[in-house]
Write a protein that binds this ligand. Structure first.
Ligand code: ZN
Length: 329
């Protein structure tokens, strides 16, 4: 059943069994599918266990394995009750600018570290690693972080060039009428943007940017138009970057207002969830939940995969673009 507010959700899904059935119904709307052998025969070969600790789980007669709705999803191997997961995904995807792990922890009754990892698992459902933008794409870069002069002296980057400070560089790409993708890149030069552009913008796309000297050499052969903000020109017909600038404004409010500080190594997941909220801003809250649940297959992440403890600055912090930059915390 669809619900339109947290009040309705609490009234309707007031037991663990009902919450589990909500997940079963929304993950497999066309019948239960075995996560091990992809057997979709439903009731013929998949039977429901009804007794003891395995109540609500399934047995696949094809591969003789037992599974629950948690298997091979963002809830894989989690012992958190379904009711807490349901509330957590409701809060994480429906709060316009996100929710902090401390607030989530207080709202659903878990510790902060559990809430943080739950949120990361939910962020990972909507990762846009394989997304390619086409048509008209607005592109711009933004630098996130505080000014050097406000930092503690021992944390300042010793550099006389104010443009080579330690801010995080983020490239924003927005397809008109489609998705928005935000990706971090190292340095402040075009050569570091190239792998991101090649990965996420189609060859036939038309790219709109501002007059930044970064784009003087073109966008890797793609059609390119720009507007000159320094001359006070913000739009020539439909050529404008106002939409992506608006997204940056929302992104900065999310980071400053809710999360306060986002580590470089974790930025991608926060950015992907931000993009998901922006892409689905015209949907209602339960439509957004339904959409999320259609994407959960194979989205489990382990804490060791995303934790930087013990191995800060390793390659896996930039897993997609082969960066060799060492980051020291
Ligand atoms: Zn099976």
């Amino acid at each position: 059943m669809a619900f339109q507010s947290i009040h309705k959700l609490m009234q309707e899904y007031n037991t663990e069994d009902k919450c589990r059935e909500w997940f079963v119904h929304h993950r497999w709307p066309n019948g239960v599918e075995c996560p091990f052998c992809s057997n979709k025969d439903g009731q013929k070969t998949i039977c429901r266990l009804t007794k003891g600790a395995e109540k609500g789980c399934f047995l696949c007669r094809a591969c003789k394995k037992k599974f629950s709705v948690r298997n091979n999803s963002f809830m894989g191997k989690s012992r958190i009750p379904y009711s807490k997961w349901l509330m957590a995904i409701y809060f994480v995807i429906n709060h316009k600018r996100g929710i902090s792990s401390l607030q989530l922890a207080r709202n659903i009754g878990v510790t902060q570290s559990t809430a943080w990892f739950m949120a990361q698992r939910i962020f990972n459902i909507v990762n846009s690693d394989n997304a390619v933008l086409n048509g008209i794409v607005e592109m711009d870069e933004v630098y996130i972080g505080g000014a050097e002069k406000n930092k503690r002296p021992d944390r300042r980057v010793n550099n006389s060039n104010k443009y080579l400070n330690d801010k995080m560089s983020v490239l924003g790409m927005l397809e008109r009428g489609g998705k928005v993708i935000l990706r971090q890149y190292e340095g402040k030069q075009y050569k570091y943007m190239e792998p991101v552009i090649e990965h996420h913008i189609g060859k036939d796309a038309t790219v709109y940017t501002d007059e930044s000297p970064l784009y003087k050499g073109g966008i890797n052969g793609r059609q390119h138009n720009c507007v000159n903000h320094s001359k006070g020109i913000y739009g020539i017909g439909s050529i404008t970057t106002n939409r992506i600038e608006g997204m940056f404004s929302q992104l900065k409010r999310m980071i400053l207002g809710i999360h306060v500080f986002v580590t470089r190594g974790h930025f991608k997941r926060y950015a992907d969830m931000f993009s998901f909220r922006m892409d689905t801003r015209e949907l209602t809250e339960y439509e957004r939940l339904d959409l999320l649940m259609t994407q959960v297959n194979g989205t489990r992440i382990k804490f060791d995969e995303i934790s930087c403890h013990g191995n800060p600055g390793t390659k896996k912090w930039f897993p997609h673009y082969g960066s060799k930059r060492k980051i020291v915390l």
